[in-house]
Design a protein around this ligand. Structure first.
Ligand code: NAD
Length: 300
């Protein structure tokens, strides 16, 4: 069993840490938010009152933080307090460049870095069924496997440092674009007198079949578990989709890759966040498509 320091006990980190406790690991946690700390303590996490107190003598440090800025700041604070050869596993979604910078910092201080962002959302974090996309040296990935197995349905070694974050933003760029494409199809279908169910029955068994349609269908009815049936109560929020599309576009610009649909999707989610706020599920973007909100100028 491992002694794990878990830093960032929010909506994702809290349940991930709780699953490690359930699996028998010793988990020390830190988060500046009182609410997150209280929930984690109830789940058996040994919550400490500082980053240093949480990481001292830990064999592994897992971070689940809001952004790359938080990650790099956190590494700066903790690296001097770690025991030599600590496994540093970061599951936050951050820019590829930040993941590589964090890995360089960790290696420079004598530790083993792993970037391992996740897909599967809060429900996957609770159920221990996340997908981890891993960027690391093979030895560090192998060291992380027993912990990943507790939190994951699947983990994929994508390559060296940064490769996990690269896979995550490429995947989410497709997701953001495909949700808009599916939404436009339902808007057009309705205007042509087609029922949502008829379009779903055809598209879900034809060449338009995709996750945004068959798992996360943005209209209520055809897929009873999709957020559309719950007034788009958050699963994966518009704010997080917007964040990931910005990371994808920044990476595309840095690497001179033209991603026209990804760029347009980013603009539309940004506009939608101004209309609807960042907190509902991102599939609610269909409401703006159906209302014709994107046909209007932003100032209207
Ligand atoms: P969250 O805001 O609920 O949790 C982040 C936590 O980090 C907060 O409780 C915050 O207080 C804490 N924190 C900030 N600075 C810290 C520090 N220096 N040390 C310790 N804790 C610190 O966010 P979340 O939804 O749990 O997301 C975490 C990460 O996972 C993000 O990078 C997000 O993009 C990614 N992600 C989220 C989802 C999702 O559905 N929520 C899905 C996939 C990936």
């Amino acid at each position: 069993m491992n002694t794990v320091a878990f830093l960032g006990l929010g909506r994702m980190g809290g349940p991930m840490a709780a699953n490690l406790v359930k699996a028998g690991h010793t988990v020390r946690g830190y988060d500046p938010e009182h609410k997150a700390v209280d929930i984690a303590a109830e789940a058996g996490v040994d919550v400490r009152d500082s980053l240093t107190a949480a990481v001292t003598d830990a064999e592994t440090v897992i971070t689940m933080l809001p952004s790359g800025k938080h990650l790099l700041g956190c590494y700066q604070d903790i690296l001097p307090s770690l025991r030599p050869g600590t496994l540093l596993l970061d599951s936050s979604t951050v820019a590829v460049a930040d993941a590589r910078a964090a890995a360089d910092m960790a290696r420079g201080a004598g530790h083993e870095p792993v970037d391992a962002p996740v897909s599967g959302g809060v429900s996957g974090a609770r159920a221990g069924t996340l997908t981890f996309m891993v960027g690391a040296e093979t030895s560090a990935y192998e060291r992380a496997i027993p912990l990943l197995d507790v939190m994951a349905a699947k983990h994929i070694h994508c390559g060296a440092a940064g490769a996990g974050q690269a896979a995550k933003i490429c995947n989410n760029m497709v997701l953001g674009v495909s949700m808009i494409a599916v939404s436009e199809a339902f808007a057009l279908g309705r205007s042509l007198g087609l029922s949502d169910q008829a379009l779903y029955d055809v598209a879900s068994t034809s060449s338009a079949q995709c996750w945004s349609l068959t798992t996360y269908c943005p209209v209520p009815g055809p897929v009873p578990t999709s957020p559309a049936n719950n007034d788009y109560g958050a699963g994966f929020t518009t704010g997080l989709m917007s964040k990931d599309l910005h990371l994808a576009q920044a990476a595309a610009e840095d690497n001179d890759v033209s991603t026209a649909l990804g760029a347009h999707a980013m603009e539309l989610y940004d506009r939608f966040a101004k209309i609807d706020g960042p907190h509902r599920d991102f599939s609610a973007i269909i409401t703006a498509v159906i209302d014709g909100a994107f046909a209007k100028k932003e100032s209207e």
